[in-house]
Design a protein around this ligand. Structure first.
Ligand SMILES: [Zn+2]
Length: 232
């Protein structure tokens, strides 16, 4: 295969909804609820992944002309590899999904429960730079309740993936619906994308808000009640 054939096949492989990557440019879009993963995503162990990423990241730094014998730089490839697998992208590994215990709703509390201002750090899957934001999650019990810290842990698990904000919102909502066995969940995410503020259009003031309102939350008075709690 010559170079131009390779370029062509890469282009067609990356066609999204009929658009090429060049057409899409810096505009963010996503293709589904599930994070796109390869069928053999877990063939390598986490240790093997770290070794491989360290080699590849060293290659990137070397290509940019950085001197990897410098004391300050030589540990970076291994540090980045460890950070990717153990920390900022640890949510790709289903083994890290929080185990959630449910309790009977013995107080018979049947109004909405809101956990607001959950700070999270994620990374944009189009540029691999941070998304920093707050998530607000709410549910109305169908008979079971969940520990409050678990709501936070569910947000953190899905944030620790290469993400787009729309998918992050829906993945959190979907997980809550499954665990709590109810449609009555809401998720609002308010976040800053460093790929918008620190590069590209360099807009430092804008924020992106996404929301999911399911079941009983899909109602103007419930939504305004929820917004009142969040804004107080
Ligand atoms: Zn981006």
């Amino acid at each position: 295969m010559n170079t131009s054939q390779l370029t062509e096949s890469k282009k067609s492989h990356h066609k999204l909804n009929g658009f090429t990557l060049d057409d899409i440019g810096d505009d963010h879009m996503y293709t589904g609820l599930e994070t796109p993963m390869k069928a053999n995503a877990f063939k390598l162990s986490n240790e093997e992944k770290k070794e491989k990423i360290a080699i590849l990241f060293e290659e990137i730094m070397d290509t940019m002309g950085l001197d990897l014998t410098d004391d300050s730089l030589k540990g970076t490839p291994k540090r980045v590899a460890k950070m990717y697998i153990d920390e900022i992208f640890s949510g790709l590994d289903p083994k890290n999904k929080p185990k959630v215990a449910l309790f009977d709703n013995k107080y018979q509390y049947n109004q909405m429960l809101v956990e607001k201002d959950i700070t999270f750090y994620s990374n944009c899957e189009h540029h691999f730079v941070p998304i920093i934001g707050k998530a607000h999650v709410a549910y109305i019990s169908s008979g079971k309740v969940i520990g409050l810290s678990k709501l936070n842990r569910i947000v953190q698990y899905f944030a620790k993936r290469p993400q787009v904000q729309e998918r992050l919102t829906n993945q959190i909502a979907n997980e809550l619906k499954t665990i709590l066995d109810t449609e009555d969940v809401a998720v609002i995410i308010d976040a800053k994308h460093l790929c918008v503020s620190s590069r590209g259009i360099k807009d430092d003031t804008s924020a992106t808000v996404t929301s999911y309102y399911g079941g009983k939350f899909n109602n103007a008075s419930k939504i305004s009640e929820l917004h009142n709690y969040i804004n107080n």
